[in-house]
Design a protein around this ligand. Sequence first.
Ligand SMILES: *Cc1c(COP(=O)(O)O)cnc(C)c1O
Length: 399
Amino acid sequence: MSERFTGSFTQQEPIPEAGIEAATEMLRHGRLHRYNLTPGEVGAVALLEQEFADFVGARFCLAVTSGGYAMATAMRAAGVAPGDRVLTNAFTLAPVPGAIAGVGAVPVFVEVTDALTIDTDDLAARAGGAKWLLLSHMRGHICDMDRLMRACADAGVTVIEDCAHTMGGAWAGVASGRHGAAACYSTQTYKHLNSGEGGFLVTDDADLAAHAVMLSGSYMLYQRNGAVPGPEAFEKVRYETPNMSGRMDALRAAILRPQLAGLTAQCERWNQRYRVLEAGLRGTPGLQVIERPGDEAFVGSSIQFLLPGWQGGAVEKVLARCLARGVELKWFGAAEPAGFTSRHDSWRYAPAQHLPQTDMVLAGLLDMRIPLTFSLDDCVLIARIIRAEVSAVWQGVAA
Ligand SMILES: *Cc1c(COP(=O)(O)O)cnc(C)c1O
């Protein structure tokens, strides 16, 4: 009988007790709106904003309803206008091109490399007058940020970062999200902090911050926010900026604050699991692990590997055989979008593009979540199962 893994790939850890207590207290008094405060009280959302700004080292932080909302708001606040072309990664998830479409702009996809990061040369080639890049650090892979920022500066492109998978990560010692004009994070259940839904926008730009705060639906109460510029930044902005409600509520902030306090330790736990999986997969015939650059401090909340040059049918066999043994892998090469996974040719509201390099990488790209409910032993077992099933199919193909 072959070994089977019986854990759940979608089961996260419980909310810390301190978060449950804070949330319960809040439910008892009922003041869940971020601006519903007693005299002199600093709200939970404002405290969280200050704490998150400190965590990444940003001047300003705004807590909002989702990562997708943060991206759309960052683009609007930065000045992206309807019809503008916005460069973005061809390898990302649907909320990224969705946020671009949401502001009436046009997604322009840039090829991915086999390190799963944006191809900076292709970026320069496709920029063609585009002024914006929504850079998605997809699955936590961070490109050479120094090179990318130079290329964007040369091309006159403003960078907004999607850090949904890099909260807690860094490039060459600089926190992920501190390179671009603004950065966006998600606190949706499957990301690094869990409030069901939620997000952050950070920036050092006072004007961008003031616009974002007004857009989020601050009314004239913006000085109750936690990490906002002073009143002077709002003088004109407050009359000119539409209210597009997307505030975070106090209940989510209450459960996020203790999680944020423990985030660095959690990132370490993700990386321990990642390293065990990576070591177990390395050297499997026909399988290529993704080598991580020395400058990249990543958060291993998921793992990817390549089956380069494999036929689709053989990849599907690996998926089915792993699933039969309890290991859920996602494939980015599937023709049809499924579950949370889709790719550029399924986003048909965007102009179709020829992306041969991306298509080749995605055809062999497998992806797996690493919830912290997995033990290190679980990771040893999962790697053993993947290794056995990839080897079995590989041998069958080679025979
Ligand atoms: C989840 C995710 C987002 C947005 O997050 P939501 O909070 O669900 O809107 C953005 N980018 C990527 C790559 C994501 O995976």
